[in-house]
Design a protein around this ligand. Structure first.
Ligand code: CP
Length: 295
């Protein structure tokens, strides 16, 4: 099974993933040889720190090995098609992780692979494994049973954020979440019938009732001359208007919207997200390459 979008993931998979992720976090020493002999290929056609390195670390911690070919040294420069490159790598690896700047490209390439493909981000479209680790973090830190009456606020670049798009497909399964967007988002991007839009003035009011704040940076690399830049900055004063139990999340990397002083705020959970990304990706690989009973 490929992982290309959070839209197609069955609820039963999410349940198994959550359970397995918790187990791996608690008993990681039991998994050190779980994927011995398996090989992961990391193909990144766009920059990354967390996704690329956490997939590498996840595979090493499960006893597997990693191929990280330098795209610039590949036969693409001799004119080989990217489709044939994927077909070739799928003869060597057991799973291929691909990031590409073009929307839909990873799904297109997956059709040429003989092994499962994981979408590590395709343009502004989707970033399913980030959304899975985000959901895991929310479930872990939100003290309410299955998001009972939870207020979730999104700020930042809602139009171009692939992490938010993938996350919305997951959280729409939890009917008791009330969602607020802190700036305009094209309606076609929202899989909900009911949601709030906050403007600059009403953000503080919404923040004081927010259980989970999910921020994103301006995806400048996808903007036309800063045209779509959003301005919201979370100051310490604003963060302190949030309830004590609230959590602040961000997929990172962040820019001005999230000053470093917020790192020390007890509500800040974005480095926990980074850590959860390792456990979640270990669980994703384990379910994909080892969970024979559920294939
Ligand atoms: N969150 C995320 O995708 O980070 P990277 O771009 O560093 O992989």
């Amino acid at each position: 099974m490929h992982i290309l979008s959070t839209k197609d993931l069955p609820d039963s998979y999410l349940d198994r993933l959550y359970g397995r992720t918790l187990d791996i976090e608690k008993y990681s020493y039991r998994y050190t040889d779980a994927l011995k002999g398996k090989v992961l290929a990391n193909l990144f056609f766009e920059e990354s720190t967390r996704t690329r390195i956490s997939f590498e670390t996840a595979m090493y911690r499960l006893g597997g090995q990693v191929l990280s070919p330098n795209i610039k040294d590949s036969s693409l420069v001799k004119g080989e098609s990217i489709e044939n490159m994927i077909k070739t790598i799928s003869q060597y690896a057991d799973v291929i992780v691909i990031r590409h700047p073009v929307e839909g490209m990873v799904s297109k390439l997956a059709k040429h692979s003989d092994v499962p493909v994981i979408n590590a981000g395709d343009g502004a479209n989707e970033h399913p494994t980030q959304a899975l680790l985000d959901l895991h973090t929310m479930l872990k830190f939100n003290q309410k049973e299955l998001f009972e009456r939870t207020n979730l606020m999104f700020t930042g670049d809602l139009l171009y954020s692939r992490t938010i798009r993938s996350l919305l497909y997951l959280i729409k399964r939890y009917t008791d979440i009330r969602v607020c967007f802190a700036n305009d988002i094209e309606e076609k991007n929202i899989p909900f019938s009911e949601y709030f839009i906050a403007d600059e003035k009403s953000i503080p009011e919404f923040l004081s009732a927010t259980d989970i704040l999910y921020m994103t940076r301006n995806q400048k690399e996808r903007h036309i001359e800063g045209k779509n830049d959003t301005k919201f900055i979370l100051t310490s004063e604003l963060a302190d208007t949030m309830p004590d139990h609230a959590i602040i999340m961000h997929p990172l990397p962040c820019n001005d919207e999230l000053p470093e002083e917020i790192n020390n705020n007890p509500r800040a959970k974005y480095f926990e997200q980074v850590k959860n990304g390792l456990w979640t990706r270990m669980a994703i690989l384990w379910l994909m390459l080892r969970d024979y009973d559920n294939k």
